[in-house]
Design a protein around this ligand. Structure first.
Ligand code: ATR
Length: 282
């Protein structure tokens, strides 16, 4: 029997394999403290083989969690095992945020909203651009493409080394998208208001190929979804050419906020203090 004086303390997780590099416990721990909420958030490493049992324990409440975040390699299976995924995760076939609601396991994907909210915060007005260039067509690119389309960007050029992968995403996300090889950059960058790097170009020690950022619109934004290092070789190149850059850390911070609101009942703030905290931990 519960009585009205009972205090509910919610617990949430981030699970991945591996998961020890996750900054999510730091982010949610900061918010719990800042908002004075008596909850907990911790990393739980779960192998792909053990993941279905982990979800089963979440669903039958024996794990004691109210929900949590899911990262690589569990995002697809988390979506598949949810009772009621939302439309965003349905289209992506992948979920990063889970919560229990009315006895059901709900799922969504907040990566795309994290991407656009970061731009809204650091480059207000960015969405007025007519065209955007997205480099890469892997898992991370999908949520970005979905979010750009949903924000009404009229023309979205997806460039990828393997054009077939870019074409698959263009087919999936609709007529605003077009697929191209990387070599089409000079052509599609003409007048673009946003360039997003979702590839690992330049991150493996090999030099990043030259991009001519002077082709972009005068007030264009260049951004990366990688945030370690904060200023990636790609962003360094854009900055050296005098372009406005937005690093990828804010995407991580903003994708975390909706989950926190679900599990702990308060919408947290993404501010400079949180940014500084995560940067100090890098
Ligand atoms: P993620 O989930 O991080 O997006 P992924 O699915 O492995 O990872 O995708 C990596 C992306 O980076 C792909 O777009 C990949 O291009 P291919 O589809 O042609 O493999 C791109 N990528 C990785 N290394 C690259 C390189 N050296 N040059 C160009 N593109 C590269």
């Amino acid at each position: 029997m519960s009585d009205s004086r009972e205090t509910f303390v919610n617990h949430a997780f981030v699970t991945g394999f591996p998961v020890r590099h996750s900054r999510s416990p730091l982010i949610h721990g900061h918010w719990l403290k800042a908002l004075g909420i008596a909850g907990s958030y911790r990393a739980v490493e779960v192998t792909p083989e053990a993941f279905p049992a982990f979800i089963a324990a979440l669903k039958d409440r024996s794990s004691g969690f109210a929900g949590g975040n899911v990262t690589i390699p569990h995002k697809e299976l988390a979506f598949a095992l949810a009772d009621r995924p939302d439309d965003l995760s349905e289209e992506l076939g992948a979920a990063n945020t889970l919560w229990l609601e009315e006895g059901q396991l709900r799922a969504t994907n907040t990566d795309g909203a994290g991407f656009t909210r970061n731009l809204d915060q650091r480059a207000p007005g960015w969405a007025e651009c007519d065209s955007a260039v997205v480099l890469g067509a892997g898992g991370a690119s999908r949520a970005v493409l979905q979010a750009l389309r949903d924000r009404g960007i009229a023309r979205i050029h997806v460039l990828n080394r393997t054009v077939a992968r870019a074409q698959e995403l263009a087919d999936r996300f609709g007529p605003a998208l077009s697929a191209h090889p990387m070599e089409a950059y000079d052509e599609v960058a003409q007048g673009a208001g946003l360039v997003v790097n979702t590839t690992s170009l330049g991150m493996d020690g090999t030099p990043v190929p030259d991009f001519d950022f002077s082709r972009l619109a005068p007030d264009a934004i260049v951004t990366d979804i990688v945030y370690v290092p904060l200023i990636t070789p790609f962003l360094q190149q854009a900055e050296a050419q005098g372009r406005r850059i937005v690093d990828g850390l804010g995407m991580l911070l903003h994708q975390a906020a909706p989950g926190f609101a679900r599990w702990f009942g308060a919408m947290p703030e993404v501010d400079e203090r949180l940014r500084d905290l995560v940067i100090a931990d890098m």
